[in-house]
Design a protein around this ligand. Structure first.
Ligand code: SAH
Length: 397
């Protein structure tokens, strides 16, 4: 096994905080040969062993630790253990037990850098985003099948971040056969078909499950605007919760079509209270303002405006813009449910942006709840970067 020896002092983040990343600038030298994804032994400058990591020569994140135990082999059995443990952790949480749609592996936060696995009924979708994860594809799939007894596994490794690791996009069935139709999950009493091959990410935004449930609890009798509705997850929970009217907006025609199909999967819901609009939210909100239209509750769940800290400034302006407009369109006492899933925008900054937005809109407002991702998207304490989704429920005077 090749040895990756760090620069003096650069062992601290691994040694003191168990942080799983080794940045290119921390690397002193590589002794021996290693190809992308190969396991290397990581050592401090004084040759103290730090653990074993996946080597990624093209990435700024030059190595990702699989283990901080230099005696632990990274082999098929390693993935069986780690994946079984990730599944068991979720089974141990009553709120997750029995969920049909669930994230099984949340990458670094489950001790498996670059590995994402989402379950939709008896279908599991994997996304491999690092050279190390890519290398262990077969072991990962075998371990997932063993831990879940799922019928099929589909790979959706077409995320842009693979490019940073020098990996090509790849998709396809890795185990079992393509099902006849789309997998359907039940989430808090609502049925949703998941387009695993053509949808965003692995097909659905499982991280918002609890927040969609909260919307359902807040919705009774309200006139609701759901911005960036994707396939209707929030909209359908609002209808189930007794909303008077739900106007849902997304710029993607296929997402709106899927949302409407999802509504049709739920004949118990009042379809006549749902209105769908294919539009750019930035423009639509301005149109509502001009028309004097107001709402009791507005959901803002935009896409990642800041994929990294480098985009934070432009992203902050975009978040501010929609939040100002959102505040202006609320009736007195109205609720703004506002999210950011940008890793580059921290919780504190996001709160400042929303505060600035309320101020600019001339509305006094208070946080009544802080919102985050669901429990199947845990944030490992040694990996604060895993906390990408944050939200605020704000009541506006
Ligand atoms: N709330 C959704 C997830 C939202 S994902 C859920 O719970 O499932 C973000 C969505 O924003 C995507 O569907 C994307 O098509 C849409 N989108 C991106 N930019 C947009 C824009 N400028 N206007 C409207 N929709 C946009």
């Amino acid at each position: 096994m090749a040895q990756l020896i760090l620069m003096p002092g650069k062992e601290r983040s691994a040694f003191k905080q168990s942080h799983p990343w080794v940045f290119a600038g921390s690397v002193g030298r590589l002794e021996g040969r290693a190809r992308p994804g190969d396991t290397v032994e990581v050592l401090a400058d004084n040759l103290r062993p730090l653990g074993r990591a996946a080597y990624s020569p093209q990435s700024q994140i030059r190595a990702r630790f699989w283990t901080f135990d230099s005696g632990e082999s990274v082999d098929d059995a390693f993935f069986k253990r780690r994946i079984a443990a990730a599944v068991a952790r979720r089974q141990a949480l009553p709120e997750l037990r029995g969920q049909q749609g669930m994230r099984l592996i949340h990458a670094e936060s489950d001790g498996l850098p670059g590995v994402i696995a989402d379950q939709y009924g008896d279908t599991v979708v994997v996304q491999l985003t690092s050279a190390g994860a890519d290398k262990w594809r077969q072991a990962i799939v075998a371990a997932l099948v063993k831990a879940t007894s799922c019928a099929r596994v589909y790979e959706r490794s077409d995320s842009d971040v693979r490019g940073l690791e020098g990996l090509e996009p790849t998709t396809g069935w890795l185990y079992g056969e393509a099902p006849a139709g789309l997998p359907v999950i039940e989430e808090n009493g609502v049925h949703l078909a998941i387009d695993i091959e053509g949808g965003h990410k692995t097909g659905f935004y499982l991280d918002q499950r609890d927040n969609r449930q909260l919307l359902g609890q807040l919705a009774a009798g309200k006139d609701i605007l759901n911005c960036f509705c994707y396939t209707g997850g929030f909209s359908l929970q609002a209808l189930a919760g007794g909303a008077a009217h739900v106007l849902s907006i997304d710029s993607s025609g296929p997402a709106i079509a899927r949302a409407q199909a999802n509504l049709a999967l739920n004949p118990q819901l009042p379809a006549d209270r749902a209105e769908w609009q294919e539009a750019d939210v930035f423009l639509a909100l301005r149109e509502f303002r001009k028309a004097g239209r107001t709402f009791d509750l507005i959901v803002l769940d935009p896409p990642k405006f800041a994929p990294s800290a480098a985009h934070a400034e432009r992203a902050a302006r975009a978040y501010k813009d929609i939040n100002v407009l959102g505040c202006r369109l609320l009736k007195p006492g109205g609720l703004l449910m506002s999210y950011s899933c940008s890793g580059g925008i921290g919780l504190e900054l996001f709160q400042k942006i929303v505060a600035g937005a309320a101020h600019d809109a001339g509305r006094a407002a208070r946080i009544v709840r802080r919102l985050a991702g669901a429990a199947d998207h845990p944030v490992a304490l040694n990996f604060p970067e895993g906390e990408y989704l944050k939200g605020l429920l704000v009541q506006v005077d």
